[in-house]
Design a protein around this ligand. Structure first.
Ligand SMILES: Cc1ncc(COP(=O)(O)O)c(C=O)c1O
Length: 383
């Protein structure tokens, strides 16, 4: 049975060229990049070359990239740095659709430091209203944290326009672009973003590596206390093999960017058209909003996500319902709840996220199986 992996928003396979690039740093080039001798120099060279590759993907100056241990840490670092810059301003705007690595930091700030967190409403299609955002910003607002692309629905938010509003009003803007980097063009020269978080394993790099872009002149404060690595912005010896892999993954993504969206879009369009044609009572979440080309979030009325995922798994197909960090939850997606997806559809949702290695045959095989999987799940669904 050929296995089909349709969960690329959870993580992507490591590109073989990335693995190759990493290997020397797990062997001869094992040095600590902070050491002054030749072992350290060799590791430092790899580290700095990777910084250039990451910077090239988002078109920023090289010294604006801080390596972290993951996207989660980058989000933590951005938010904690932003609020530390203006300690008297205790109002933050974000959204209920953010990743837990944003939401949990905001909850922590609210519960322990008296911050007021305001969550922007999400429209039925998954979009946000920029006028509402603008009206919520006030003198005490320190930071706006809104993601570039949603991990569950793939809906893209207009980070250029959000950034303009924040800049006009003198508020810091952080965007989690973990799902966007490597899939959409990102040019921080054209984006008024102060902090931007990335993660290697969403773009065919290794797990356990991330980066935070910090605009020049914007404050960054290491919340991990220790040595002076990463220019004092993030203590802890860098994960050199992982970072080298991240750099290589960014280089490959940058070269493939132009072709990627077209390749993904034709596969995802075929998926959504055929599903809508062949299966009744279906909602494509975020259908009318600009979306990541690889992501399809679909809800089947009176069906069970868990039953469908299990059935697909038995047939060699890996999909998910929500983000991987929530996959153990019984609760429906908070993103879809915030979008107002009806209760009868909420529990029958699949997130299908394609990747570079998927083929039209994978899509055909999935489409052949899916109607029966949904039918079976509906038959067993207790209303
Ligand atoms: C939107 C978004 N932000 C942040 C993260 C966290 O990244 P990492 O797994 O590298 O901590 C993820 C991963 O699922 C994500 O999808």
């Amino acid at each position: 049975m050929k296995k089909i992996y349709f969960d690329n928003n959870a993580t992507t396979p490591v590109d073989p060229a990335v693995r190759e690039a990493m290997l020397p740093y797990l062997g001869d080039f094992f040095g600590n990049p902070s050491s002054g001798h030749e072992y350290g120099e060799a590791a430092k060279e790899g580290l700095e070359a990777a910084r250039e590759q990451v910077a090239a993907l988002i078109s920023c100056e090289v010294d604006r990239v801080i390596f972290t241990s993951c996207g989660t840490e980058a989000n933590n670092l951005a938010i904690l740095s932003g609020v530390s810059a203006y300690p008297d301003r205790k109002h933050i705007i974000s959204s209920p659709a953010e990743h837990p690595s944003v939401l949990e930091v905001l909850k922590f700030l609210q519960q322990n430091f008296g911050y007021e967190i305001e969550y922007l409403p999400i429209g039925a299609g998954g979009g946000i209203d920029l006028e509402v955002l603008s009206s919520l910003i006030r003198n005490e607002t320190v930071l706006v944290s809104l993601m570039g692309a949603n991990n569950e629905t793939g809906v893209l938010w207009p980070i250029a326009e959000i950034g303009e509003i924040c800049r006009d009003k003198g508020v810091l803007f952080h965007s989690d672009v973990v799902q966007m980097a490597g899939k959409e063009k990102l040019n921080v020269g054209e984006l008024p973003v102060d902090y931007m978080s990335l993660s290697a394993h969403k773009l065919y790099g290794p797990k356990g590596v991330g980066a935070l872009y910090v605009r020049s002149g914007v404050s960054v404060r290491s919340h991990i206390m220790g040595g002076g690595q990463e220019g004092g912005s993030r203590a802890g010896t860098e994960n050199v093999p992982g970072i080298v892999g991240f750099g290589k993954a960014c280089e490959i993504a940058l070269h493939g960017l132009a072709g990627y969206a077209g390749q993904m879009k034709s596969l995802v369009d075929r998926l959504s058209h055929t599903i809508l044609e062949n299966i009744p009572d279906v909602l494509i979440n975020g259908q009318d909003e600009p979306r990541l080309a690889n992501t399809l979030n679909v809800s089947f009325e009176y069906a069970s996500s868990a039953a469908m995922i299990q059935d697909l798994e038995l047939r060699g197909i890996a999909v998910s319902a929500l983000s991987a960090c929530h996959s153990g939850d019984q609760n429906p997606s908070q993103v879809l709840v915030a979008m107002g997806v009806p209760e009868s559809y909420l529990h029958g949702t699949l997130r299908i996220s394609l990747g570079r290695y998927n083929t039209p045959e994978d899509v055909d095989a999935f489409l052949d199986i899916l109607p029966n999987v949904v039918k079976k799940s509906r038959a067993g669904f207790a209303v």
